[in-house]
Design a protein around this ligand. Structure first.
Ligand code: FDA
Length: 389
């Protein structure tokens, strides 16, 4: 027997639930299909279990895409303030951690429960633990064969997410569906991901040391946040941010002491003090100690030549390094690249040349910065597709 609905949404993650809820509440008959057993694992693990669900300062410039204007319409139709209203309407609390990032006081499960309640309010049928076997275009829409049953629909919404963290259900199905319908997929790469270094550049014995305020630049982009030394290279918010802009072979420049005027620092310091004692006021002592051994034995400030002090200053302000790569999809928060936005309407997310086919969320070539922007894209793109499918 074939089941007929107005809308099939594949992927019950952030974007898929938002879309299904919106379409269902408009009176569309909707089935929401996901191969995972457990609902919305990525939301659950997000923001360290507290879900950084949006950012107060969401602008188009916080997203990477081959078409930087693409996000504007959806973000305008459903903004960060619309999602905040939903959170408040469900009685959830939230707080701003830093840089406009909003986290849920009750934790990420509360955001999942809220979205599930919205989906249920739209009388959406759930099909968890259900794989997709095949998809075909029909005269009036699509036929989707699943591991349980076959469905017919007018509108098919692809919300399968990206490739990051395969153990919790990420697959390339969304990209495969695009290719099946001759929709280009722009080259994919792990993003918001720790970077790795060549063995000679590693500071592996300093793994775990954090610098709370560093400026990391790659080409024209720069981010000022914390960095973390790891066994394999560097992580921390500023590195995750820049990783989305880094390409193989590019060098990074890191300012470990962005506000420090070394001339003033040396002038105001006790010249008999060890240089490590002076700099350990500003940076973790273990890092300072290891860093300064590049200039031989650690000495009192007065024993360093002007040339040596200039070289030390240069090294802290302009640490230049070429990463060897990234730790890949197993640790990446998102996938960069994806379904080419040229093939989609920015107002509805519908494919321009395949009526009734929609792509939303991370599967699309839209990658937000770290800080709640990716969820906001999922909510905004899911909402506009839900209004139009
Ligand atoms: P999402 O991945 O949420 O959902 C896709 C769904 O499709 C999944 O339920 C999956 O099971 C299903 N699916 C996949 N393949 C399928 C198949 N073959 N058949 C059927 N179903 C299939 N962002 C943010 O803004 N703030 C944050 O705090 C964080 N934190 C964070 C932490 C970690 C560790 C990660 C990995 C990621 C984040 N993110 C984030 C990013 C955020 O999780 C991501 O951008 C959104 O979940 C994307 O939403 P989607 O709905 O597009 O995909």
């Amino acid at each position: 027997m074939q089941n007929v609905v107005d809308v099939i949404v594949i992927g019950a993650g952030a974007a898929g639930m938002m879309c299904a809820a919106t379409a269902g509440q408009r009176g569309r008959s909707v089935v929401l299909i996901d191969h995972a057993v457990k609902l919305a694992e990525k939301i659950r693990i997000s923001g360290g279990g507290r879900c950084n669900f949006t950012n107060l300062n969401t602008f188009a410039s916080c997203y990477q895409s081959a078409n930087p204007h693409f996000v504007k319409s959806a973000l305008k139709q459903y903004s960060q303030f619309d999602f905040i209203k939903m959170v408040e309407a469900h009685g959830l609390g939230y707080h701003e951690k830093t840089l406009g990032q909003l986290f849920c006081d009750q934790g990420s499960q509360a955001i999942i429960d809220m979205l599930k309640a919205e989906v249920d309010q739209g009388d959406v049928m759930w099909r968890m633990d259900t794989g997709i076997v095949s998809i075909e275009k029909t005269a009036n829409g699509f036929a989707v064969v699943t591991s349980r049953e076959t469905w017919q629909c007018r509108s098919l919404v692809v919300a399968c997410g990206g490739l990051s963290i395969p153990p919790i259900g990420a697959t390339g199905l969304g990209f495969d569906i695009a290719k099946q319908f001759d929709i280009p997929v722009l080259s994919l790469a792990p993003a918001l991901v720790p970077l790795t270094f060549q063995p000679q550049d590693l500071w592996a014995d300093l793994a775990g040391v954090a610098v709370e305020d560093a400026v990391v630049s790659c080409g024209d982009m720069q981010f000022r946040e914390a960095i973390l030394l790891t066994h394999k290279g560097l992580s921390g918010p500023a590195i995750l941010q820049i990783s989305s802009y880094w390409r193989a072979g590019d060098s990074l420049e890191i300012d470990l002491l962005p506000d420090v005027d070394f001339a003033a620092l040396w002038a105001g310091a006790n010249r008999d003090a060890l240089i490590t004692t002076i700099l350990a006021e500003l940076l973790p002592k273990r890092l300072v100690q290891a860093w300064l051994t590049q200039w031989g034995e650690i000495k009192p400030l007065k024993q360093y030549s002007v040339k040596e002090l200039a070289a030390i200053e240069e090294s802290f302000h302009h640490w230049s390094i070429i990463p060897s790569g990234s730790v890949g999809y197993k640790k990446a928060e998102v996938t960069r690249g994806g379904v080419d936005t040229q093939a989609l309407s920015s107002k509805t997310m519908e494919a321009r040349h395949v009526a009734g086919l929609f792509f939303i969320g991370e599967v699309v070539d839209v990658t937000g910065w770290l800080g709640g922007y990716n969820f906001q894209w999922a909510w905004s793109s899911g909402y506009v597709a839900g209004l139009n499918c």
